[in-house]
Design a protein around this ligand. Structure first.
Ligand SMILES: Cc1cc2nc3c(=O)[nH]c(=O)nc-3n(C[C@H](O)[C@H](O)[C@H](O)COP(=O)(O)OP(=O)(O)OC[C@H]3O[C@@H](n4cnc5c(N)ncnc54)[C@H](O)[C@@H]3O)c2cc1C
Length: 320
């Protein structure tokens, strides 16, 4: 089965759904390919979290899945169409663009005059079973999002790159102590970031160490500690802590676009930065919004902001 749309949006996180609200209200009701599992769940990364306290408009905070339910309701209200499925491949070499979709109700091809890519990114995790169980209960991959919950507590940060240094430094604003754990003796982070973290008296260091298990129960106060292996002596120690921040990088969901769109060395989409259409890629008619093109801010509000911009850019592209 084939169908044609004026605007197709790939992804139903804050970027995709904000783009949908703006496109639909500009009288171009788009089709949103929601995503199933390939690049995260429908609703995006916030569906996997509990309290969101920094999204404006919700002074008492809101649960991540509830917030994304409201985004969707608002997009539906103005006529956005939704398709439950994953985009398997795209052809951006000719117009209309073609998307092959593996949908819940079968495979289909969708063609589009304009495309908004909002496929987001996924945090890289350590892969421990205890880490998975405690995500949202003391285990996090975002200090800006969750640091506030750890006032006067001890937290661990795992990683050795710039992100880990930045997360550790940021967390010292809230936590009483931050211990940075890294598998190697040397850090990948830039010298300036290392120096800033090393000069911070609230940061302790466990280099050549690795977390083997995170201790705690989701229903009983979350993280209580971690079992940490000294990789030089093989000794295992118990460390009490209330939070574990994994800062080993993010993976943007851009495999689909390899060879067709410009990306940086980590796979983030590079925007053409055109005056008057900041979300444009090098391919006319293809726009990108949210974490898929942003390794710096990675917040729901910044994703929503660029989603709005992408819809305005796409609408102007179509009307010219
Ligand atoms: C645990 C956690 C807690 C967080 N807490 C906060 C917070 O408190 N405040 C805050 O501002 N930010 C928070 N963030 C960050 C925030 O979630 C992200 O910045 C935001 O979700 C990015 O939005 P996005 O729309 O760009 O992408 P995403 O939310 O990642 O959404 C991507 C969408 O694309 C879809 N997709 C991917 N590949 C395909 C494909 N091939 N075909 C179809 N669909 C596809 C996915 O299914 C998903 O719907 C948190 C992140 C995490 C992981």
């Amino acid at each position: 089965m084939d169908r044609h749309e004026r605007i197709v949006i790939i992804g139903s996180g804050p970027a995709g759904l904000t783009a949908a609200i703006y496109a639909a209200r500009a009288a171009i009701p788009p089709l949103v390919i929601e995503g199933l599992s390939r690049g995260g769940p429908p609703g995006g990364q916030l569906v996997n979290t509990t309290d969101v306290e920094n999204y404006p408009g919700f002074p008492k905070g809101i649960l991540g899945p509830e917030l994304m339910g409201l985004f969707k309701e608002q997009a539906e209200r103005f006529g956005t169409g939704f398709l439950a499925g994953d985009v398997e491949s795209v052809d951006l070499s000719k117009r209309p663009f073609t998307l092959k979709i593996q949908g819940v109700e079968g495979d289909l091809n969708v063609t589009a005059d304009a495309l908004i890519i909002a496929t987001g990114a996924q945090a890289k995790w350590l892969g421990l079973p205890t880490e998975d169980r405690l995500k949202g209960y003391g285990v996090s991959a975002c200090a800006t999002c969750d640091g506030f919950f750890f006032r006067d507590q001890h937290v661990l940060v795992v990683g050795g790159g710039d992100t880990a240094m930045e997360e550790a430094s940021y967390l010292t604003k809230h936590a009483s102590k931050v211990t940075l754990i890294h598998r190697r003796d040397d850090l990948r982070a830039s010298k300036i970031m290392q120096q800033r973290a090393q000069e911070n008296p609230k940061i302790a260091w466990m280099l050549s160490h690795a977390i083997e298990e995170i201790v705690g129960e989701p229903g009983h106060g979350g993280v209580k500690g971690a079992k940490i292996r000294n990789l030089k002596t093989n000794a295992l120690s118990d460390v009490e802590c209330q939070g574990v921040f994994v800062a080993i990088g993010h993976q943007p969901n851009t495999d689909l676009f390899k060879g067709q769109l410009e990306m940086d060395e980590s796979g983030y989409l590079i925007l053409a930065g055109k005056k008057g259409a900041q979300t444009a890629t090098k391919v006319p008619g293809v726009f990108a919004a949210g974490d898929v093109a942003d390794h710096v801010y990675r917040q729901a509000i910044s994703a929503a902001g660029t989603g709005c911009m992408a819809a305005i850019d796409a609408e102007r592209f179509l009307s010219h």
